[in-house]
Design a protein around this ligand. Sequence first.
Ligand code: 3PG
Length: 255
Amino acid sequence: MNLVDAHTQRLAGILGLAPVLPVVVLRDAAQAVQAARALVAGGIPAIEVTLRTAAALDAVRAIAAEVEGAVVGVGTVLDPRQLDQALRAGARFAVSPGATPNLIAAARQHALPWLPGAATASECMALREQGYSLIKFFPAEAAGGVDALKSFAGPLPQLGFCATGGIGAGNAAGYLALPNVRAVGGSWLTPAAALEAGDFARIEALARAAACSRRVTPPADAPPPAPCRQAPSAPRSTSAQGSAPPGPAPDSSAG
Ligand code: 3PG
């Protein structure tokens, strides 16, 4: 097995630990251990710490050293140097919002499993050519959301996705119901206000709710979805199958 395939297998295992991969922005490394413990206690072991703050690598180091049960990775990896820094800090995986030829070339030979990002069919195809079959779909909501991922499943059935960007408790279930979605990512489990206030009980509660969300695969004998959306003006006594109601979907924990 080549290195990219081996890494893809490891990433699949990591994304399989829980339905949600929290995207954590830590301004103070001192918050890291308690925040990570709260996530793990809530049933969310894999944690993506974004490299968007000066404290990020110290936070990764602290979580890797001190939080039993956590699988810490880094996010917002934009260049190969950050892969090296992340590995040295104890990260077990790395995530990027997109992919560049430079980063792909480095990641293909790097010891750290890498989840590259893509938002279009062409970007997914370019990654597939390089051996990547697990992709962060980002920015999920802005790039077409659930409908886009449903569309990718036809021509690109080999690809699995971690959908991230604009996802929260209200719409996670819609993504997790898709067969090509392995997990969703998002920052909603660690709100900045909760981190600043040291409200780790809130983070644990959010994690617990997220850990309970589950994939909903329709039964094989379920009727196919309606081929087109109903016009808004069409009088219907019940909501049409296949048409998304406006506003947030039911809480992910219900799914
Ligand atoms: C990311 O880096 O993956 C995104 O910023 C997370 O998006 P969200 O804040 O909308 O969850």
